[in-house]
Ligand binder design. Structure first.
Ligand code: MG
Ligand code: ZN
Length: 219
């Protein structure tokens, strides 16, 4: 668990994370790789979204790599590999978030040659990933209607730390009795009306092209 009670120690940890994140950023920029950090709860559809986007980008001739961040196991890593993504498995052990150092180590072990886009799937968690930037160009938070209509109200920080917010599984909103407009309204209020949450269904391929476009990765 990410739990530091000593305030000065926490400051050092975050400062060191920031320093390494900057190194990651420079390393990826040198190689012209566009990078995206996907944050969000367990089951929101991060892996499926990454795979769907990678398929679309591959059709355009882009080479996509991914880091699968999970506490333990190879489930997401296996799914990514099966989908033809050049993936790296990053098990955090007990940590409930990826930090810049873990990504740094991964980058040194991955084959970055010719890679155009790197997707980093963070550990399923809506709390502390917000505090640990990894050095990616873009941060995306993914939620789904199955989590209820209160995600933005309960976890404003992660939405404020993200460049793009995605609401997945809109095709089953009625079945789970959630009104996507309530979530969209909360997000719009949180961002002072500057941004709208991007509604999608990975399963039905609704709204994915628009999200890629928003991320600067024209499908
Ligand atoms: Mg996943
Ligand atoms: Zn954590």
């Amino acid at each position: 668990m990410h739990k530091i009670t000593d305030v000065s120690m926490e400051y050092d940890v975050l400062r060191e994370n920031g320093r390494i994140a900057r190194e990651n950023y420079d390393l990826l920029k040198e190689r012209d790789i566009i990078s995206v950090d996907f944050m969000g709860s367990i089951g929101s559809g991060k892996t499926s979204l990454i795979i769907k986007m990678a398929e679309k980008l591959a059709k355009n001739g882009l080479k996509v790599g991914a880091i699968a961040g999970d506490v333990t196991g190879e489930d997401d890593f296996g799914r990514m590999k099966k989908a033809g993504i050049s993936a790296y498995n990053c098990n955090t052990g007990k940590e409930c978030h990826l930090d810049a150092y873990m990504v740094h180590k991964a980058l040194h072990q991955m084959d970055l040659d010719g890679m155009d886009v790197l997707f980093v799937e963070n550990v399923g968690n809506l709390v502390c990933p917000a505090d640990f930037p990894l050095g990616t160009d873009i941060r995306v938070v993914v939620i789904s209607v199955t989590e209820g209509d209160d995600m933005v109200r309960k976890h404003p920080d992660i939405f404020l730390h993200s460049d793009v917010a995605v609401l997945n599984k809109i095709d089953i909103a009625d079945a789970v009795d959630v009104d996507p407009e309530i979530i969209a309204g909360d997000y719009s209020r949180l961002t002072g009306g500057r941004k709208g949450i991007m509604k999608c269904s990975v399963k039905k391929d609704i709204g994915i092209d628009e999200i890629l476009e928003e991320m600067g990765l024209r499908p």
